[in-house]
Ligand binder design. Structure first.
Ligand code: HEC
Length: 155
């Protein structure tokens, strides 16, 4: 009788342990190549097409058609911690521009990126969703509401 009881307890313990381990792996901001295994759904063709239009008009000249950037001048947008990491920081980079020394894949960049706050919430979310799902990137979409929230804090 006692044996059965202990076997039952051990069984429950195992189930609890397994449930705890099935949590999805989270990617940390700043990590260069996070594992983004979660399948992305709900990113429409329209968002990708519209995002590409914004990219081609406002980002391509510096970050290049393949997102590869220009060594020592304009950083790449391929699986960088900024592109795949914290969305608030990423939105802020586009709205406010960027002027800090950063290192990506061993190259140092400290050129200035100008602010793009003239883009609408929709344009910023489209271009960032596009960037986060192009150039070998795979990450969740950015929504206009998220852009709006960051923009309101910058004013
Ligand atoms: C005039 C050139 C220029 C344009 C246009 C430009 N950027 Fe940048 N971008 C830069 C530079 C230079 C940096 C690095 C700034 C620094 O070191 O402070 C940068 C940094 C970044 C970063 C963070 C670093 C990285 O590589 O992950 C992201 C993300 C980014 N830009 C996205 C964009 C997007 C999206 C657009 C279009 C809406 C855009 N940039 C337009 C020059 C540009």
């Amino acid at each position: 009788m006692k044996k059965v009881f202990f076997a039952a307890i051990a069984g429950i313990g195992l189930v609890v342990l397994m449930a705890a381990q099935t949590k999805p792996a989270q990617s940390k901001p700043g990590q260069t190549k996070p594992v983004a295994k979660v399948a992305q759904t709900g990113i429409s063709k329209k968002i990708m097409t519209d995002g590409k239009k914004v990219y081609d008009s406002y980002c391509l000249a510096c970050h290049q058609a393949d997102g590869g950037g220009v060594p020592r001048l304009n950083p790449p947008l391929q699986r960088t911690g900024f592109v795949l990491g914290d969305k608030k920081k990423l939105i802020e980079i586009v709205l406010k521009g960027m002027n800090e020394e950063i290192e990506i894949d061993g190259e140092v960049y400290d050129n200035n990126m100008s602010a793009h706050s003239f883009l609408s919430d929709q344009q910023v979310s489209d271009v960032l969703t596009y960037v986060r799902n192009s150039f070998t990137n795979k990450a969740s979409a950015v929504t206009p509401a998220e852009v709006k929230a960051v923009r309101s804090k910058l004013k």
